[in-house]
Each structure stands twice: as C-alpha cells, then as structure tokens.
Design a protein around this ligand. Structure first.
Ligand code: HEC
Ligand code: HEC
Length: 532
C-alpha cells in the first residue's frame, strides 16, 4: 500500500546526493523562517512532530519526516499534492489543535511553507508530483441513495469503528491507535464540522475512497477495483454519512429558550415525546486548560440543550455524544493509554481506574443585575455558584454550592428529578426542578422573563476525565418564556450582546483573570466583544 515509504529506504542515498535539486532556495529559506516562528512549537524544528507543546496534544502534531499525510486528493499511501498541503495549512484540521493559517500568513509564505515541509521528507523529490484521483460527481442525496448508503455502511462494516449511528462508538474503538502508537478515536460522524478534512460530501467521499494515512481509517478504493461496489454506490455512502450531521454548521446562540407549556406539561423523562418539537441549542465546550491539572484532550465537545417550563417547574434535556457509558471495563486499557500520553504535567500523578461520565450545570446563586456574572470556573468567594452535578455511577443529581473549582459543598435543597439514558454513543439526561428554592440563600430561584446565566462542564470517565480534567463552556443564558412571546425577546437580546465568546478568547481572558484573581477576588467583568 504505502508505495512511497516502501521504496524510500532504497532511494534515500541517491536523494541526499541530489538534494535540493527541485526546490527553490529562496522559498526554502523563507519557508524555514516562517516555519520556525509559527509551526516549530508543535511540529518541532526538525519536523519530527515533537515540539515543546506536542506532549499536551492528542492527536500529536504530524511528524513530517515520514511523508504520511491524512488529507489528500491522491490515492491511499501516496504523497499529497502541493495544493493538498496548502489546503491543510489554509484551513487547519478542525477537531484537532492544528490551526488554519489563511488569515495569518501571506499566500507567498504559505507556499514557501509547503516547499519547506516537503524538504523534511526526501520522497517528495524521488517520486515527483502525484496526480489527484478523479472522483466524478456527487449527484443528489435522494431517500433511495441514503438507504443504499446505509446498506453499504453496514456491509462494509464502517460501524465496527464508527458505531451503528456513527457516533464513534464502534466495538473496535478500544483497540484503535495511529501509526505512532497513540490512542485515536474514530470520528463522530454526527459532527461533520469537526472533520479534519472538511465536512462536505466531496470531502467525505475522498476520505472514504483514499483513507487517512497514519490512522486506522482505511481507504476503500479497493472495493471498487474488486467490483464489490461502484463509484455511485460509494457516493451514496458519502451522502449517508453527510446526512448524519445537521444541514448547516450549528450556530452558537447565547440564549437558550425554555418554552412555556400548560401547567403540568413539563416532561420528566428522556424519551417523552414532548421534546420532539422543542428547539435544541448548541453549546460548544473546550478543554479546561486554565486550572492545574489542565487537560488538553477533552472528549465531550458539544452539549445540545432543550428546555420546557410551565411557570412553576422547568426541565432541561441535555444530549451529548460520548462513545462509552463509563466506566466500561472494555475501555480500561484505552483509558490507561490516554492517561499515559496525556498525563497532566503538573500536580499529582493520575492513576488509571474506573471513572464515571458526568455533567455539571452551574448557575449564579443570585441572579446578577446587569452584566456581571461569577467567575465561570465555579465562582469564587465573593460570588458563589449553585450546581447540579450528575454522574453516570450515581442515582439522582447532587446539588452543591461552589466558591471555586476546589471549594464545592453538597447542598440539600429543592428536589431535582433526573432521568438518564445512554445508547449508541449518546447520553441524554433530563433534569427537572421547581422554580422556588428550599434554601434561597444558596439556590438560584428561577424566574420567568429574566435571563438566568448557566454554564456547563462535562467529563468522559473512560477518557480519563475527572475534576479539572474535562470540558468547559462559558456562560450562556436560559430564558424562561413568558405568556406573550412578543415582549420576550428584548431582554435576552440585550443579555446576548454581553455574552463572553468561546474558545481561545474565553481562555485568554480567563488566564488573564486567573492572574488577576489573586490580587482582587471580585466579579468577572463580562466582556463586551460584540459592542466593542
Ligand atoms: C498548536 C499546535 C500546532 C501548530 C502551531 C501547527 N500545527 Fe500543524 N498539526 C498539528 C496537529 C496536532 C496535527 C495533526 C492532526 C491530526 O493528526 O489529526 C497537525 C498536522 C499538520 C499537517 C498534516 C496534514 C495532513 O494531511 O496530515 C500539516 C501539513 C501541518 N500540520 C502544517 C502546519 C504548519 C505549516 C504550521 C505552521 C504554519 C503548523 N502546522 C502549525 C498541530 C499544530
Ligand atoms: C478500522 C476503523 C475504521 C473503519 C473500519 C472506518 N473508519 Fe472512518 N475513521 C476511523 C478513524 C480512527 C478516524 C479518525 C481519523 C483522525 O481523526 O485522524 C476516521 C475518520 C472518518 C471520517 C472523518 C474524516 C475527517 O476528515 O476527519 C469519516 C467521514 C469516516 N471516517 C467515514 C468512514 C466510513 C464511511 C467508513 C466505512 C466505509 C469508515 N469510516 C470506516 C476509523 C475507521
């Protein structure tokens, strides 16, 4: 399969003599300059993927010296074209730490980088420029095609790795590793916006046809060559995979609308059909890398939230992809391998062992006026928070108050009903509670018409997550709909304007905040990105 690597050993000597015949020296010098500045911290000055930041990452940054590239328009086992490499540099690899550089570096610099990356692997010189595979046309995704695609998904056994409904929960999961021996997870096919090579049906087709070299994701071109299926049928598989994700990349909306229903119509179970026509809100989560021990490889990256209330009680249904129902003994070895390579570089060493999945909802103890909210990592001594903590190894939900990540006190307050269900790589949890508090000093009181801050944390036990090692989100608002919808939207809109953005932005702020917090132990000023 791996033509170029197999032949390389023989060709190496010859290449070294001839090097660098094909590359332009100017390009290479410029490429090196840009590379050393922007890429070496992850990929290493020598291109071997072992920069100083690499040990905090899974997947690890690419080792360029072996010539293995995942995102190609060329046949499996072949080198990529220059445009393929440029494409990855431009777009980055979603779902990994590999950033896109299109807006950061000039086109000339990005071209120079391509030349420089290729110089790490002499095979590019030896074997010359590979040709892209022609892939024909996607055609339309009719019902029939999706059914055909599903049929082949089953018969080719994509589910072995990706699971029956595509959430990456297949039975081979615990054994998967990349060519460098690092544990790797099969992609969650319901999140195409996180595919490293792009989420369009054409991107998906190429990945299935030519595979992702260096990973267990196989090429399937041989099935066409062997007459097991034709190109049209492989396109059907690509359409089917595409259909598992939403039509559009989900949009972050800062305000989660909790719909109003008639008294007594608040569901308490996961499978209640009243959830079916309730709007679902996308909450992205990111790695907790602020408080030590930090965690750079979070497993849960999205929570979907729905809400219903009746003026006296509210219920939230949370849904998120999680490959396993932790703790699952089948995954204990995988967990140990993840902990081994991701072990926090600070604090006490982490011992592998059974850990549950979990999700925590955080509310301010008192609904703040204006734009202030407690520190989003479990509050602080001046501004405590009120928590609902759910774990897969316990009945019910544990309420608590917190004044920081390490200052969490259990609380007996209002009764919170819970129903939880895991199936096919999906957790669904319903939490239902009355508006009024038993212990109003420590518990938030829900109020119709008033935006209430809410934040989420999640843990995947079989991925080695617990405590500060998990996924976090910034503050959002839940808004309990009033009777007359017209007046409702002003308040949440205003609130939304003040909401902290996500991802690196949150983290940058939080790190600054972390530095400041030892001096002043006050409120977190809410950033006004959208109004600045
Ligand atoms: C923050 C760390 C980080 C930085 C900085 C970074 N990369 Fe990466 N890069 C990665 C990781 C991680 C991967 C591997 C992702 C995977 O295997 O899924 C990767 C993969 C790649 C790949 C392989 C693409 C493929 O098809 O397999 C290329 C090419 C690449 N990076 C180029 C660059 C260049 C050029 C720069 C600098 C302009 C750069 N990277 C900076 C983390 C980084
Ligand atoms: C042996 C296990 C295995 C099998 C079988 C397998 N995959 Fe994968 N697949 C993976 C892994 C692992 C990844 C993630 C690679 C990565 O993240 O770098 C992946 C990634 C993907 C992706 C995401 C591509 C991207 O750009 O990130 C798609 C789409 C996909 N697979 C579809 C399929 C389909 C369709 C089939 C069946 C025809 C299939 N896979 C069979 C292991 C497998």
């Amino acid at each position: 399969m791996r033509v170029h690597t197999a032949m390389t050993t023989l060709a190496l000597a010859a290449v070294f003599v001839a090097w660098p015949a094909g590359a332009q020296d100017g390009d290479l010098a410029r490429g090196q300059e840009v590379y050393d500045r922007w890429c070496a911290s992850c990929h290493g000055f020598d291109g071997a993927g072992e920069g100083p930041a690499a040990a905090y990452m899974l997947p690890r940054p690419r080792d360029f010296t072996g010539g293995l590239y995942q995102i190609r328009t060329t046949t499996g086992g072949e080198l990529p074209t220059d445009d393929d490499i440029l494409h990855v540099i431009d777009e980055g690899m979603p779902g990994t730490t590999m950033p896109g550089w299109q807006d950061q570096l000039s086109r000339a610099d990005r071209r120079a980088l391509v030349a420089y990356l290729k110089s790490f692997y002499p095979g590019f010189e030896t074997f010359g420029a590979p040709e892209p595979v022609s892939i024909g046309r996607a055609g339309r995704a009719s019902e029939d095609r999706l059914a055909e695609g599903r049929m082949f998904y089953d018969s080719i056994e994509c589910w072995q790795c990706h699971g029956g409904l595509g959430r990456g929960d297949g039975s081979s999961g615990p054994t998967l590793e990349d060519d460098w021996g690092y544990p790797i997870r099969a992609a969650d096919l319901t999140q195409n916006w996180r595919f490293s090579g792009g989420g369009s049906v054409e991107d998906i087709y190429r990945r299935i046809l030519t595979g992702m070299d260096g990973t267990p994701m196989p090429a399937h071109a041989d099935l066409i060559d062997a007459g097991f299926m034709d190109e049209e049928q492989l396109w059907s598989v690509a359409h089917y995979v595409r259909s598992l994700s939403p039509e559009r990349v989900p949009r972050v909306r800062e305000v989660v609308r909790v719909e109003r229903r008639e008294p007594g119509e608040v569901p308490s179970t996961v499978h209640d059909e009243r959830w079916e026509d309730v709007d679902s809100f996308y909450i992205p989560l990111v790695a907790q890398i602020i408080i030590e021990p930090r965690w750079f490889d979070p497993s849960v990256n999205t929570v979907w939230v729905q809400g219903i209330h009746d003026g006296e009680e509210l219920a939230l249904r949370l849904s998120w992809s999680d490959r396993t129902r932790s703790p699952d003994p089948e995954w204990s070895d995988f967990q140990a391998r993840v902990i081994d390579v991701m072990e926090p570089k600070e604090g006490d060493p982490v011992e592998p062992g059974p850990l549950p999945d979990g999700i925590t909802l955080q509310f301010p103890t008192n609904i703040p006026d204006g734009t202030e909210r407690p520190y989003f990592l479990m509050g602080d001594s001046r501004n405590p928070v009120y928590l609902w903590q759910w774990r897969s190894d316990q009945e019910g939900v544990e309420a608590a108050t917190a004044q920081g990540m390490r200052e969490i006190q259990p609380l007996s307050g209002r009764t919170i009903d819970v129903d939880a269900h895991w199936e096919d790589g999906l957790w669904q949890v319903v939490l239902r509670a009355p508006f009024t508090a038993e212990d109003p000093r420590n518990e938030v009181e829900f109020e119709v018409g008033r935006p209430i801050p809410i934040a989420f944390y999640a843990w995947d036990g079989d991925h080695g997550e617990e405590g500060t090692r998990g996924s976090i989100g910034s503050w959002y608002f839940i808004h309990l709909e009033e009777e007359t919808p017209a007046a409702v939207y002003v308040a949440p809109l205003v609130a939304g304007l003040f909401t902290v953005g996500l991802g690196l932005f949150v983290i940058a702020r939080a790190q600054r905040r972390e530095r400041l917090s030892s001096e002043a132990n006050g409120h977190e000023e809410v950033s006004t990105t959208t109004t600045a």
